[in-house]
Design a protein around this ligand. Structure first.
Ligand code: ADP
Length: 158
């Protein structure tokens, strides 16, 4: 059984993340969506809030669970008895960072493979930062995030 970990900040989860998680869940027997509790970048939602939003967004997928973590991603992969890290690629500008991260993780743990999935065309422009900026400016993100995420964003931002 191959278990994959899909790590990220998910601040908050949006439809691009949902798409990657859904497709990864079709490929791997088990998928753990892992919310990095304290990323370098400033976050809007707490780790518990981000994890709960991930859980609600993916609750229809039986082989998917959501957790948050504080250690390195490779340590998490080992402790979860997983073998694979899943990442999503939107555009060429994502590649350099993902490549560097994949090589770093390989140097830290040679037994773990990184699988990158390409975004769906309709999600290519989506990022958590953009979604937050639209809500702060009073715009409508209903086509970009699940309804409960939109409500949480509006409560937090307005
Ligand atoms: P990070 O992990 O860098 O903090 P995120 O939490 O936003 O960033 O994203 C987690 C993963 O999902 C990353 O691999 C990122 O490239 C990918 N991702 C983000 N937005 C999209 C999208 N619109 N389509 C596909 N993959 C995406």
């Amino acid at each position: 059984m191959v278990t994959a970990v899909y790590p990220g900040s998910f601040d908050p989860i949006h439809n691009g993340h949902v798409d990657i998680a859904t497709r990864a869940a079709n490929v791997f027997e088990r998928l753990i969506v892992a919310v990095y509790a304290q990323p370098q970048k400033k976050v809007l939602f707490t780790a518990a809030e981000r994890t709960e939003m991930v859980r609600r967004s993916l609750c229809d997928l039986e082989n998917v669970t959501a957790i948050h973590y504080n250690c390195t991603t490779v340590e998490l992969v080992h402790t979860q008895n997983a073998q694979v890290i899943v990442r999503g690629l939107r555009m060429a500008s994502d590649f350099d960072l993902e490549y560097q991260m994949a090589l770093t993780n390989k140097a830290l743990a040679s037994d773990i493979e990184t699988f990158c999935l390409f975004t769906n065309l309709h999600c290519a422009f989506l990022s958590s930062t953009t979604v937050k900026e639209i809500v702060i400016a009073g715009g409508d993100v209903s086509s970009m995030v699940p309804a409960h995420v939109q409500r949480a964003l509006e409560e937090k931002c307005r």
